[in-house]
Design a protein around this ligand. Structure first.
Ligand code: HAM
Length: 459
């Protein structure tokens, strides 16, 4: 029996993989304008990094981590031994903890330095129950800005996020942007206590898990999907009534920046997000219809204590991440998922096998000149080769036949206008050679396939 991909994972077949590349490039292009630079961190980290950073009481850490140990250590555990903490590894469930670890480890924000603005893209792993829009391996693009606590950083992050959604084709009226402030270490403990007391007073209507977690972090109850808990939590105390003056001022400044940039948002005092590291500003973009419970297509917030939790010096931070697969679903639901662009410029068709060597030569020269060109590799008939060229959506087909070749010519057909002309092969090759190495050397824009029509010597 054939083996399929593991549950909760999906292959990104070429069309979707191309769209992922487009999604990533569009995001990186926009974020670069705001000063962000790429960073790559390992797909797995020490388990303790996530436990400390994301929080023991979160679903992500308590239920959804893919934790691994090496074969040798596995044997040790099976034989009743113990292993060092640093040998316990987990696949990254998100990118922030790892990026902050890298910032601390490599001292990317030395005292007094400009903030480190970092962006990343790649797979994340959460052992959740798979359903539409919820996978065990999914792709995110994210940013993290470390070293600045000014509210302009929070607003800049939210603006970038919304600019990205607009650029990729998510209709703004199909989404809502929720914002909230979660307070800081001064004001949040009082709020947390108020929520805990409230939950204790309503314990008979709440699930056991919420009550158990109430001891570690009662705010997690806001995320509980149990209808009874959700109803009780609607009446819970609101963080907005507990913010200290500094947090209130910070939150107000973020909103003023957003108003100035014309960004619409909804204030949601119950938005707590599923990760424990957040302080002050949090935000989430949700799709209004058609995505059920998995409606969040991106979110983030400020985490001013995370660097210290990870053993670094105090370094404020803010970031967000966007989920690729959920965004594809959102674009499909909105009917704005663009066809992936076809990028094959030309096709070189052979009338018979005697011309294949010349065709191969021409294909190589055209590719070196920066063109995307295909030829037949299966000995198909000329008719089938034209069908293939049509399927690839090429603009130009060059037909090589023995008679024309004997005179050093090839027939070039424009597939849009159906115009045809004879072109001198040596002239076409000279033209391509002028652009040769464009791709390799990263030189000027590639030659246009249409130029082959005008190759000197054309009749
Ligand atoms: P998050 O809200 O957990 O935040 O994930 C960000 C996005 O990843 C979600 O909005 C969603 O689109 C996507 N996502 C999450 N889980 C899944 C899943 N199981 N299947 C498919 N898509 C999923 C974070 O990850 C934070 N690190 C964001 C951040 C960066 N905060 C500060 N900096």
């Amino acid at each position: 029996m054939a083996i399929n991909s593991p549950e909760g994972t999906r292959d990104l077949l070429p069309d979707e993989a191309k769209f992922w590349a487009h999604f990533r490039d569009t995001a990186f292009g926009i974020f670069a304008r705001y000063g962000y630079q790429p960073i790559e961190t390992p797909l797995f980290e020490q388990t303790d990094l996530f436990v400390r950073g994301i929080g023991q009481a979160t679903d992500v850490v308590s239920k959804e981590m893919f934790t691994a140990i090496s074969g040798e250590n596995f044997k040790r555990v099976m034989e009743g031994g113990t292993i060092k903490a640093k040998s316990r590894l987990s696949l990254r469930p998100e990118g922030t903890a790892g990026v902050v670890r890298a910032v601390v480890q490599h001292d990317l924000v030395p005292q007094g330095a400009a903030p480190a603005k970092l962006m990343y893209a790649g797979p994340m792993f959460r052992a959740e129950r798979p359903q539409k829009g919820r996978q065990r391996m999914f792709n995110q693009v994210g940013i993290e800005c470390l070293g600045a606590e000014d509210p302009s950083v929070d607003a800049e992050g939210i603006i970038m996020l919304m600019r990205f959604y607009a650029a990729i084709g998510v209709p703004m009226d199909a989404t809502r942007l929720l914002v909230n402030s979660m307070g800081c270490e001064q004001c949040r403990p009082k709020y947390r206590e108020a929520v805990r007391e409230y939950m204790n007073a309503h314990a008979e209507h709440m699930c056991e898990e919420c009550m158990r977690r109430a001891e570690i972090n009662p705010l997690r109850a806001f995320d509980c999907k149990n209808p009874g808990c959700a109803e009780v939590m609607e009446g819970a105390p609101k963080i907005s009534d507990y913010l200290c003056d500094d947090c209130r001022e910070h939150y107000q400044a973020v909103k003023t920046y957003l108003d100035g940039a014309g960004i619409s948002y909804i204030e949601d005092p119950t938005l707590v997000r599923g990760l424990d590291y957040y302080t002050r500003t949090v935000f989430e973009v949700q799709v209004v219809e058609g995505m059920g419970s998995q409606s969040a297509i991106g979110g983030g917030g400020r985490y001013d204590k995370l660097a210290e939790i990870e053993g670094g010096r105090p370094t404020p931070g803010l970031g967000f991440a966007l989920g690729f697969e959920r965004m594809v679903l959102a674009l499909e639901a909105a009917g704005t998922l663009a066809d992936s662009p076809k990028r094959v410029d030309g096709y070189i068709a052979c009338v018979d096998p005697s011309v294949r060597a010349t065709a191969f030569d021409l294909v190589c020269a055209a590719r070196d000149a920066g063109l995307s060109v295909e030829m037949d590799h299966q000995g198909k008939s000329l008719k089938s080769q034209f069908k293939m060229a049509d399927k690839l959506g090429v603009r130009v087909v060059i037909v090589l036949g023995p008679d024309e070749l004997a005179q050093g010519k090839a027939r070039v057909r424009n597939m849009t206008t159906h115009a045809e002309r004879l072109v001198d092969i040596a002239a076409a090759k000279r033209l391509l050679a002028q652009f040769g190495g464009n791709l390799v050397g990263g030189g000027a824009a590639p030659v246009s396939i249409d130029a082959l029509f005008d190759a000197e010597g054309a009749e």
